[in-house]
Design a protein around this ligand. Structure first.
Ligand code: SF4
Length: 231
């Protein structure tokens, strides 16, 4: 029996996806409000953590989870997220960072974006450029990091170092239930977006930050379907 054949695990994942789908669609009901979408994205991250805890009880990891806020090995790949998650990150930065820090991030993002925009997963793995949200080896937005970051869960930090050294030729031994739990919430967000007439936009985070840090109206325009975010 594979992990995905486990009925208890399947039940948790299905219920989490459906709950998230409903909440996403409700958050996008007219008259639309960016505040409601941001709240939904925040709650989606909470739901992801609850789902991760629930699946880990059914199928505990074979060893302690090695991931920590200050472990940056996997933060050198192409990262994508749904539009609500991207808008939550932008909002978090605007509300919690001072002007100087935002300006420094804007420069860093612009420089990275000049190299990375439009590049494939493989090209990005070869480039091995750090996510511009890394600061002194730690994620500077850890509390609102996207689901894709939460889905990469290692039980062996040595393997992560090797994956980094090999430019991701060597994989990371992941705890699959936790990976599936984070993805289940992502599927729920996308299903809710589709139910509300939005496309399945898998947004590349560096390009989206480059656009969003210079355009404070990005979220409202996306909500009104006046723009697409860069994929
Ligand atoms: S958002 Fe944070 S956790 Fe995710 S890749 Fe960037 S630095 Fe790493």
């Amino acid at each position: 029996m594979t992990v995905t054949d486990n009925p208890a695990l399947q039940d948790i994942l299905t219920r989490a996806t459906l709950a998230q789908q409903g909440e996403t669609a409700r958050a996008l009901k007219k008259p639309q409000s960016l505040k409601r979408v941001l709240r939904m994205a925040e709650r989606a991250l909470d739901r992801a953590e609850q789902t991760i805890a629930a699946v880990s009880e059914v199928l505990p990891p074979p060893a302690a989870i090695a991931c920590q806020a200050n472990c940056p090995y996997c933060c050198h790949i192409r990262l994508t997220a749904s539009p609500p998650e991207i808008l939550l990150v932008l909002n978090h930065i605007r509300e919690n960072w001072d002007e100087e820090a935002i300006l420094a991030l804007r420069h860093k993002v612009k420089n990275t974006d000049a190299f990375t925009r439009g590049k494939s997963d493989e090209e990005r793995a070869q480039m091995r450029l750090p996510c511009p949200l890394l600061k002194d080896g730690s994620c500077s937005i850890h509390s609102v990091r996207p689901l894709s970051c939460r889905a990469v869960v290692s039980v062996n930090v040595k393997a992560c170092k090797q994956a980094y050294s090999s430019r991701m030729e060597n994989g990371v031994p992941m705890h699959e239930p936790q990976h599936l739990a984070a993805n289940a919430i992502g599927y729920g967000i996308y299903a809710g977006l589709v139910d509300s007439g939005y496309g399945v936009e898998n947004i590349e985070i560096v390009a989206a930050l480059a656009d969003g840090l210079t355009n404070s109206d990005l979220g409202r325009k996306w909500l009104k379907k006046q723009i697409s975010l860069p994929s």
